[in-house]
Design a protein around this ligand. Structure first.
Ligand code: AMP
Ligand code: GLY
Length: 426
C-alpha cells in the first residue's frame, strides 16, 4: 500500500487518542491534525487551523497531499464539511470520515432524530415538538405528562440545551423562555418535549462505510462534575469499557432493536452516511432506549474504546473510506479500560488557563491523552477546562481504574481536579 497522509480534525482527548492509535499502524503513513494539542504534537504535525475554517483546511489538504480526513467533533459535520469536499472539484475524491450535513442532522436537530426513530420503530421516549407559534399546544402537552419534564432545544447548544424540571409551572415557563425568549438562541426556536426515562445510561458506537457497519465496544461515561454523579454536567469526567451491567441478552437487544433498525433506517431514508454513529442509550428495566444520536465518537469514551480495539486503525479507517468495511473483522481486547479526566479548577464554570503541568510520564507506553493543553518552550501548560485523561487497562474495571489513579497522582497542575469514583457504581 502507498504511504497514506491522514488529517484528523479536532483538539480534544478524543483526537489525541485517534492519533495515538493511528500512529501504531504498520502501514506507512503521515499524520496531520488541525488544530491538535500538546499531546498530538508528539505524534502528528499540528496545523494551526480551526475545524470550521473550510477554506484553510482545503489549502492544507492539497498542500499535504491528504488521502483521507477523520472528523473528530460534530460542529464541522453539522456545518457541512463533508458536503464542502464533495462540492469542490479538487477535494471531491478525498474521502471524509464523518457524515454529510443530512446525516449529521441526527445530532444537529433533536426533532429530526426523534422523527427518524419514530419512523423506524426505534425505542425512545414519547415526545412532542413545538415552536413559538405552537406554544399553547406545548403547554397542553406538558399538562398531560407526568413530572419530571424533559425540554430539549432542537439545535446544537454546546451540551447545555436539555432541561429536566420537576414542576409543571416551571416547565411551562422554561418552554416559553426557550421558544419565545430564545434562551438558547436559534437552537431553541424549536423545542422537543419528552417523556422522562429513568435508568442507567451507556454509549454504543457504530462505524459504517455507507453499506456495511461494525459495532464497536460499549462504554459508559460519567458526565457530572461531582462524585456520586452530582453537580453540573460536563463534557465527561471519566469512562469505562466494557460496561459490566451490559450482559449478552442486553447487548443483543441493543443490536436487534436499536443498531440494526438505525443502520437500516439510514438506508431506507437514503441518507448517505460514512463515519461513526454514537447512540446514547438508557436501560429502562431490561430494555434499551435511545436518548440521543451523535454523529461522531464520544469524548471521553474514545479514550476507552480505541485502546480495546486490536485492529490496525489506519487499516480500519482506510477500509471505511474505501467502502471496504465488509472485509474487516473487528478484534476486541477482552480487558477493561478506564479513563479518568483531570480538569481545571472551577470547570465547567469559569476557570484559569496557562498552569504548568508537572509529572507527565515521558514514555509513550502510558496512555495519557491530552485535551486542553499547549506546548510552550518545551513545557506543557493547561489551555482548557478538560485538560487530560489517563487511560489504563486491567482484568476488570476495578484493576484498570486503580492504575489510572496511580498514574494520575503523579501528575499535577494548579487547581487540578478529578473525580475519585469513576466506575465505583458498577
Ligand atoms: P441529550 O443531550 O439528549 O443527551 O440529553 C442530555 C442528558 O439529559 C442525557 O445524557 C440524559 O442524562 C438526560 N436526558 C435526556 N433525555 C432524557 C429523558 N427522556 N429521560 C431522562 N433523562 C434524559
Ligand atoms: N461523552 C459524551 C459525548 O461525547 O457527547
Amino acid at each position: 500500500m502507498k504511504n497514506l497522509n491522514i488529517l484528523v480534525l479536532g483538539s480534544g482527548g478524543r483526537e489525541h487518542t485517534f492519533c495515538w492509535k493511528l500512529a501504531q499502524s504498520k502501514i506507512k503513513h503521515r499524520l496531520f491534525v488541525a488544530p491538535g494539542n500538546a499531546g498530538t504534537s508528539r505524534l502528528a504535525t499540528n496545523l494551526e487551523i480551526g475545524v470550521n475554517d473550510f477554506e484553510a483546511l482545503k489549502d492544507a489538504v492539497i498542500q499535504n497531499n491528504i488521502d483521507f480526513v477523520v472528523v473528530g467533533p460534530e460542529d464541522p459535520l453539522v456545518h457541512g464539511i463533508h458536503d464542502f469536499f464533495l462540492n469542490d472539484a479538487q477535494l471531491k475524491k478525498i474521502p471524509v470520515i464523518g457524515p454529510q450535513k443530512w446525516g449529521a442532522t441526527l445530532e444537529g436537530s433533536k426533532e429530526f432524530a426523534k422523527a427518524f426513530m419514530s419512523r423506524h420503530n426505534i425505542p425512545t421516549a414519547q415526545y412532542g415538538s413545538f415552536t413559538a407559534e405552537t406554544l399553547q399546544e406545548g403547554y397542553e402537552f406538558l399538562e398531560q405528562m407526568n413530572a419530571p419534564y424533559v425540554l430539549k432545544a432542537d439545535g446544537l447548544a454546546a451540551g447545555k440545551g436539555v432541561l429536566i424540571i420537576d414542576n409543571l409551572d416551571h416547565a411551562k415557563k422554561e418552554l416559553s423562555n426557550m421558544l419565545v425568549h430564545q434562551k438558547f438562541g436559534k437552537a431553541s426556536s424549536k423545542v422537543v418535549v419528552e417523556e422522562f426515562l429513568s435508568g442507567i445510561e451507556l454509549s454504543c458506537f457504530v462505524l459504517t462505510d455507507g453499506t456495511h457497519y461494525i459495532t464497536l465496544p460499549l462504554a459508559k461515561d460519567y458526565k457530572r462534575i461531582g462524585e456520586g454523579d452530582t453537580g453540573l454536567n460536563t463534557g465527561g469526567m471519566g469512562a469505562v469499557s466494557p460496561v459490566p451491567f451490559a450482559d449478552e441478552k442486553f447487548v443483543n437487544a441493543i443490536q436487534e432493536t436499536i443498531v440494526k433498525p438505525t443502520m437500516e433506517g439510514l438506508k431506507k431514508d437514503k441518507i448517505p452516511y460514512v463515519g461513526f454513529v454514537f447512540i446514547g442509550l438508557i436501560r429502562v428495566g431490561d430494555a434499551p432506549f435511545v436518548i440521543e444520536y451523535n454523529v461522531r465518537m464520544g469524548d471521553p469514551e474514545t479514550q476507552v474504546v480505541l485502546p480495546r480495539i486490536k485492529n490496525d486503525l489506519v487499516e480500519l479507517l482506510y477500509a471505511t473510506a474505501m467502502g471496504k468495511l465488509a472485509e474487516v473483522e473487528l478484534i476486541v481486547d477482552p480487558q477493561s479500560a478506564t479513563t479518568v479526566v483531570a480538569v481545571s479548577g472551577g470547570y465547567p464554570e469559569a476557570y484559569e488557563k496557562a498552569k504548568r503541568i508537572d509529572g507527565l510520564p515521558s514514555t509513550s507506553s502510558t496512555m495519557v491523552f491530552h485535551a486542553g493543553t499547549t506546548l510552550q518552550q518545551g513545557e506543557i501548560f493547561t489551555n482548557g477546562g478538560r485538560v487530560l485523561a489517563v487511560t489504563s487497562l486491567g482484568d476488570d474495571h476495578k484493576e484498570a481504574v486503580q492504575k489510572s489513579y496511580e498514574l494520575m497522582e503523579k501528575i499535577s497542575f494548579e487547581g487540578m481536579y478529578f473525580r475519585k469514583d469513576i466506575g465505583f457504581d458498577l
